[in-house]
Write a protein that binds this ligand. Structure first.
Ligand SMILES: NC(=O)c1ccc[n+]([C@@H]2O[C@H](COP(=O)([O-])OP(=O)(O)OC[C@H]3O[C@@H](n4cnc5c(N)ncnc54)[C@H](OP(=O)(O)O)[C@@H]3O)[C@@H](O)[C@H]2O)c1
Length: 287
């Protein structure tokens, strides 16, 4: 029985990145469709769930992608709404690569910490984007108390409200528009994860060096200037002044491996929904 993946993308043109990883993850055939929304996904889901016998449904799966995580979340909701009884197939959400990127970064931080972040304070710099919000969920599930910064308190609150509504997790919003504000936001933090837009410098080297509590740092930005000055994008747990540091390329190989492994996992059973927590569990096992 051929493993069929329907890659449904909320952007007009489906991401070739996700198509390549889908094949590398073990799909025999990938149908990549762009411009998919809750309004037009119904027939696609029907075709996936009504065609194969119950034991064979696991060989059909759905991947939700696109550059917009909020649109991806709505599309996942619409896909799940079509499922009933055992008329369902497994589905994975990784819009913007946010789940796999956040999962790999957090899993590497946890690995550096010896397997647990229980009781630690984690600050996610510029955590209002899709990667930052997913990382907040994962760090919180690891037992850390989590705060996210934004240039505006409105954005920070909006992101925290969204996380609370989607995952039932409390995250502290912090307004930190300038470098000095972000240095202050990191006071008392043990973990710092920078998840800002490409080329946005978020934390100066002199500021983290002057901070006596930070133990673990990761930066998702691979486009210079990087998010955390003095952390190299290739860092793989590098010791810098006693802090374990992970750069975007350093944990990027795990991100790709996790993405592939999750695609393979989709074809193991027909009842899986791979979102932040499931993808993080995979990353943690692989780190
Ligand atoms: N390795 C990978 O495979 C991979 C995959 C996906 C993403 N990434 C990288 O991961 C990072 C996060 O991705 P994302 O899509 O979540 O990011 P994003 O949505 O583009 O940006 C995250 C936040 O950065 C803040 N920001 C934007 N410009 C800024 C500036 N000039 N100064 C300070 N803050 C600024 C914004 O927050 P406020 O407006 O609230 O301040 C924004 O919500 C990016 O660097 C991206 O390139 C890597």
């Amino acid at each position: 029985m051929k493993k069929l993946l329907f890659q449904i993308d909320t952007d007009p043109i489906p991401a070739t990145f996700d198509t390549v990883v889908a094949y590398d993850g073990g799909a025999d055939h990938v149908t990549a469709l762009g411009g998919i929304s809750p309004a037009n996904v119904g027939a696609i889901v029907d075709g996936a769930i009504f065609t194969r016998a119950p034991k064979e449904k696991k060989f059909t799966a759905i991947f939700v992608g696109g550059s917009n995580m909020a649109a991806g979340e709505q599309l996942l909701k619409a896909v799940k709404k079509k499922f009933f009884s055992n008329f369902r197939v497994s589905v994975m959400l990784d819009s913007n690569g946010a789940n796999t990127t956040a999962a790999a970064g957090v899993a590497c931080l946890v690995k550096s910490a010896g397997g647990s972040l229980a009781g630690k304070r984690a600050v996610i710099l510029a955590g209002t984007g899709p990667v930052g919000q997913r990382a907040a969920v994962m760090l919180s599930r690891e037992g850390a108390s989590v705060a996210i910064t934004s240039r505006t308190i409105e954005n920070a609150r909006k992101a925290c409200d969204h996380i609370q509504a989607s995952f039932g997790i409390e995250v502290e919003p912090i307004a930190a528009p300038e470098l000095d504000d972000r240095a202050r936001a990191c006071e008392g933090a043990h973990v710092v994860f920078a998840t800002g837009a490409a080329s946005a410098l978020l934390l100066r080297e002199s500021d983290w060096k002057a901070n006596s509590t930070i133990q673990y740092m990761a930066d998702a930005n691979a486009t210079p200037p990087l998010g955390i000055e003095g952390v190299d994008m290739m860092d793989r747990g590098a010791d810098r002044e006693g802090r374990a540091c992970w750069g975007a390329i350093g944990f990027g190989s795990l991100k790709l491996a996790v993405h592939r492994a999750c695609i393979a996992q989709l074809f193991e059973a027909a009842d899986q929904v791979l979102d932040a927590e499931e993808i993080y569990a995979r990353a943690k096992a692989m780190a």
